[in-house]
Design a protein around this ligand. Structure first.
Ligand code: URA
Length: 220
């Protein structure tokens, strides 16, 4: 399938590739899996925050004054993990971005329709300065794209500019990328790999199986 995309970044890197091999391997236990995901997460978050606005600030070193680039306090950064698997990115994301607001989004996939069903929404109202609100939506698997589209749509409805929204995933499907791209051509998608396709249950092939089950050790 042709992947129609202008704002897609695939982070090809030996560290990522090596850790992808660990998370794809069905014999990697929960601890190994989580540690490998964390290593990839640092790289994804660095990429996702590359263009966050900064301002100049005077700082005094022990020797003299200098001007540094620091995060713009007027900007608001929202990290939005889609429960439950998206939580895997949160620890690293908060470590790197301690000032970010975390807005949890609870969605599960209806196994019949493959459509997302919302059960928890911890997003706050965004009242002012909407141009300076940046959102990073976190979900390890961009599969059908249905949850991604729903989450993005809801942030746009709250006034967040489309261009300020990033969707971050470990593994994406061509179908998911196409769906998000067709609806939102300004949303940035950052992923470490695009896999072959989806199976008839909406799982990514070759993928890694059910990300939530691998993270939380709930495999049968
Ligand atoms: N969710 C997962 O956990 N895995 C997939 O392959 C697709 C969606």
């Amino acid at each position: 399938m042709e992947v129609l995309r202008t704002n897609l970044k695939i982070l090809k890197h030996p560290i990522i590739d090596n850790n992808l091999a660990i998370i794809r391997n069905k014999n990697s236990d929960c601890e190994k899996f989580k540690n490998a995901v964390k290593r990839i997460t640092y790289m994804l978050i660095y990429e996702a925050t590359k263009t966050l606005p900064t301002v100049k600030k005077e700082v005094e070193t022990p020797l003299e004054k200098t001007i540094c680039d620091v995060f713009d306090n007027d900007a608001q950064l929202i990290i939005a993990p889609i429960l439950r698997a998206g939580m895997i990115f949160c620890e690293v994301a908060q470590e790197l971005l301690p000032f970010a607001n975390v807005h949890h989004i609870g969605m599960y996939r209806d196994e019949g329709t493959l459509e997302p069903v919302w059960y928890y929404d911890k997003r706050k109202e965004i009242k002012e300065n909407k141009e300076k609100v940046f959102v990073i939506i976190l979900d390890p698997m961009l599969a059908t794209g249905n949850s991604a589209v729903d989450a993005i749509k809801n942030f746009i409805a709250k006034g967040v500019p489309e261009k300020n929204i990033t969707f971050l995933s470990l593994i994406s499907s061509p179908e998911g990328i196409k769906k998000v791209s067709e609806k939102f051509n300004e949303v940035q998608i950052i992923t470490s790999v695009v896999d072959r396709t989806l199976n008839n249950k909406g799982y990514i092939l070759p993928g890694l199986g059910d990300a939530g089950d691998r993270i939380y050790n709930t495999l049968d």
